[in-house]
Design a protein around this ligand. Structure first.
Ligand SMILES: [Zn+2]
Length: 445
């Protein structure tokens, strides 16, 4: 009784290739006079692959079933790697990172290492393996049949235009909830499966940081699509809102490190032409990400009515955006002889705001940034003979039609990234809305 198929006698020839670190194995199936070729890379994790042919003892030797298994496994790995390089599979199915070193063999997607960590918490829906792991023939076949494009047409076919699809630069909660929404809750497999509002209203509680006492307290929030407002109330039963925020004036961005909570959300809005920040979080990642997307939905619908001729892409550009850059710089006053003071700067669209502290409710000042064709400019360094006691040595001069702003950065890398971010803003042509905002700033100052 022997269940194993009797191996045919085979001859194995071994030839190391020139360069590239590959060893080339070839053997002939004696009976059928057929030849097969394999390539082995030399820097693999398992012993089978790292040992050379001499160590395997296979030179001029009959190939055993075990040797065949080994070559098959390596064959599968090579197929997986080739698949991961195909268009569509070469960027992460979940965050778009240009690195697909992992795959989910139950969903059929190629993903990055970062996203694979999130998939590992979704064991019921997704089972992942590194491309370097051993792959079974059936798994490879499944991946061949599926892949990122096929998975997209299944799991992400009805993603609403306003729904924020995170990139590899976004924070954990945004990436994790996007992955859970797609594969665990399957919110985009049918139209209208995702419910962010009921009858145009979203109501719930969020932790909000107090402006003065800096303590996070529970507040009731109500988002009304019809009114285009986000309100919050001091108490659950409260009739009079503490604040009414117009959705078209909102920018919302996740700020986990600044807020000190993985689900921390900053809402920047304008009221009576003053910019105001509020800082929120919810313990539940799904809840906070849904609030964020509900605000985007309300914004989208508001702009759709306000600008009926605008195309969807233009509208999306007006919605919430990650801040272009934030960080400390030193700044002098309008006379440019005052002492330089350390301030927290936030670049939000065309607004450069500065605060005494990163979590202040109100900025100490704001600079509107137009475009180079409208007389704005940014340069490295300070004008010659700049007075004032600045401790940081890496200067930046922002030129506006009204005045120059003199700033200094702590390191040349900071100077470099600020100049780059500001130059990018100034390089963009101004839209009619930008011109209106500029006029408003001039009128105010
Ligand atoms: Zn990814």
């Amino acid at each position: 009784m022997n269940d194993l198929p009797v191996p045919l006698p085979r001859t194995l020839n071994v030839e190391p290739t020139v360069g590239g670190g590959f060893v080339f194995y070839e053997f002939t199936e004696a009976k059928e006079n057929r030849s097969l070729s394999f390539e082995f890379t030399e820097d693999k994790q398992t012993n089978k692959e790292t040992c050379g042919p001499e160590e395997l003892g296979v030179v001029g030797h009959t190939v055993t079933p075990a040797d065949m298994e080994c070559t098959k496994e390596i064959d599968h790995q090579q197929t997986m790697k080739a698949l991961a390089q195909q268009a569509g599979n070469d960027t992460c199915a979940d965050c778009g990172a240009a690195e697909t070193t992992w795959a989910s063999y139950t969903l059929g997607v190629f993903i990055c290492r970062n996203c694979s960590g999130i998939h590992q918490n979704l064991y019921e829906h997704s089972q992942v393996k590194c491309l370097e792991d051993p792959w079974e023939a059936a798994e490879v076949q499944f991946m061949e049949k599926h892949g990122n494009e096929v998975a997209k047409s299944k799991y992400a076919v009805h993603v609403p235009i306003y729904y924020y699809q995170p990139t590899h630069r976004d924070c954990q909660v945004l990436r994790e909830e996007w992955i859970r929404a797609k594969y665990e809750r399957k919110e985009f497999t049918k139209p209208d499966k995702l419910k962010l509002c009921i009858n145009g209203v979203r109501e719930g509680t969020l932790w909000k940081r107090g402006r003065d006492n800096k303590q996070f307290l529970i507040r009731k929030f109500v988002l009304s699509e019809r009114e285009g407002t986000l309100k919050y109330f001091k108490t659950q039963e409260g009739k009079e809102p503490k604040c009414v925020i117009k959705v078209d004036s909102i920018n919302a961005s996740f700020q986990p490190s600044k807020i000190g909570n993985p689900n921390g959300l900053q809402i920047t809005h304008r009221k009576d032409s003053k910019t105001r920040n509020i800082f929120l979080y919810h313990e539940d990642g799904e809840e906070i990400v849904n609030w964020f997307n509900a605000i985007r939905m309300a914004q989208f619908n508001y702009f759709k009515v306000a600008f009926p001729t605008a195309v969807d892409k233009e509208i999306v550009n007006r919605m919430t955006q990650n801040f272009l850059k934030e960080g400390y710089m030193e700044k002098t006053g309008p006379k440019q002889t005052e002492g330089f003071r350390k301030r927290w700067f936030t670049l939000d669209h065309r607004r450069l705001m500065y605060f005494k502290n990163p979590m202040d409710a109100f900025p100490k000042g704001e600079v509107f940034l137009g475009s180079t064709s409208h007389g704005y400019d940014v340069k490295k360094g300070l004008p010659e003979g700049t007075l004032g006691n600045f401790t940081w040595r890496h200067g930046i001069t922002i030129v506006t039609p009204e005045r120059n702003y003199l700033l200094t950065c702590e390191t040349d890398k900071e100077q470099q990234t600020w100049v780059q971010a500001l130059t990018e803003v100034l390089g963009k042509p101004m839209t009619p809305q930008d011109c209106a905002a500029e006029a408003h700033f001039r009128h105010r100052s």
